[in-house]
Design a protein around this ligand. Structure first.
Ligand SMILES: Cc1ncc(COP(=O)(O)O)c(C=O)c1O
Length: 385
């Protein structure tokens, strides 16, 4: 009755794919470049680098901070993260030898608890990897005040919150870099895809090199990474940074261009559903819903119940009625076995993260009107809770 995710594609996306097929040039080229320019313009950033996933965007952003000429990150530096996010928010931090400090989330917004964050910051804190969960931006005005006098880098994992705004500014543009995903179930879909945006030219140039084998070929002549000669032969295979190959296909760029045209109406559709959702679910006893900061782009609708038993019952009930559900992202991430590999600390208690882990789930939101389906879900909960 209510799927988790549906396609936002129509003939335009298939035509975009065909245009790349007709060009007979499939590897990263002019469509990706066009999309990067359009996406940067859309979110109001100076630069955008497209990669093959949101996870790769996080990897690229974290990696880039290790290669700046000044103030670069070093292994062992402390990075604060919310305890609830997706696995690949954390993995690049682990892979670069950073010390991960988990902080609890706010039970209402489901984002970093800013009171706890304030207490968790220490002299060792070099960065905060903030996450905008399920479409909802963090209160960056307050976050910026908290870190204003300190030498702390702010990074934003905005992979779930494309199109969200706070006082008219796009989520993903508050920190030194912001990451986005265009995986199928997200606001726009290139099926697989991700972006990093930044206003910082040096980080942009570093990412251009790291995305493509760490070579110089994609760097402009005048760049902030290295001296580049005018000899294309020499510069075709010259390596300056220990990078990756994270490039998307040109088809991803072509798809991104079409999807970006639709993004305003996709976000509007999701926000209209959210207004219905809030109206229907705000007062159902035994259920709490996510409180938005600014204008959420409502990735999905989180529901937190009073107990693990209730959540288990509701999962079964929803399954029987074909309402697709998922846990709230990765729950309290420190309860996933993989953290045994991390160098990490937990600040205080993770009470709200545990609550979400044990008692929470989310249902899908879509770009089209789902008022009828939401009404049915609300009625179902009212009769069963
Ligand atoms: C918060 C967050 N960060 C990163 C990612 C990774 O994005 P991708 O699936 O495109 O690799 C996701 C995926 O949904 C996510 O939810």
């Amino acid at each position: 009755m209510l799927p988790l995710a549906t396609s936002t594609w129509d003939q335009k996306e298939y035509a975009a794919l065909q245009s790349v097929i007709d060009s007979d040039m499939f590897s990263m080229g002019k469509k990706v470049a066009e999309f990067e320019t359009a996406f940067a313009r859309y979110v109001g950033s100076k630069h955008c680098v497209m990669v093959n996933s949101g996870s790769s965007a996080n990897l690229l952003a974290v990696a880039a901070l290790f290669y700046t000429k000044q103030n670069s990150l070093k292994p062992g530096d402390e990075v604060i993260v919310p305890a609830v996010s997706w696995s690949t928010t954390y993995y690049p931090l682990h892979q670069y030898g950073l010390k991960i400090k988990f902080v609890d989330i706010c039970p209402e917004t489901l984002n970093l608890d800013l009171d706890q964050l304030e207490k968790a910051i220490s002299d060792k804190t070099r960065a905060i990897f903030a996450v905008n969960l399920l479409g909802n931006p963090i209160d960056y005005q307050r976050l910026e005040k908290i870190i204003s006098n300190r030498d702390i880098l702010l990074l934003e994992d905005n992979c779930e919150s494309m199109g969200a705004t706070l006082n008219g500014k796009q989520a993903g543009t508050f920190g030194v870099m912001g990451t986005f995903s265009s995986f199928f179930s997200h606001h726009i879909s290139t099926m697989e895809g991700g972006m990093v945006v930044t206003d910082d030219e040096e980080l942009y140039h570093i990412m251009l090199s790291l995305r493509s084998h760490g070579w110089t070929r994609h760097l402009p002549k005048d760049n902030r990474v290295c001296e580049k000669s005018d000899d294309p032969f020499h510069e075709s295979f010259r390596f300056v940074l220990p990078g990756y190959n994270l490039r998307p296909l040109d088809m991803s760029g072509a798809l991104g261009l079409e999807q970006l045209e639709k993004l305003p109406s996709i976000v509007k559709g999701r926000q209209q559903n959210a207004a219905v959702f809030m109206d229907l679910f705000a007062d159902i006893p035994g259920v709490s819903i996510q409180k938005q900061t600014g204008e959420s782009s409502w990735f999905g609708f989180a529901l937190v119940f009073e107990s693990l038993e209730k959540r288990t019952e509701v999962v079964e009930l929803f399954k029987a009625h074909k309402i697709e559900t998922r846990p709230i992202v990765a729950g309290n991430f420190t309860r996933n076995p993989v953290v045994k590999f991390f160098d990490y600390d937990i600040h205080g208690e993770l009470e709200s993260s545990d609550k979400v882990h044990d008692c929470g789930l989310f249902i899908g939101n879509h770009h089209y009107d789902i008022a009828k389906e939401l009404r049915a879900v609300a009625d179902l909960l009212k009769t069963h809770l």
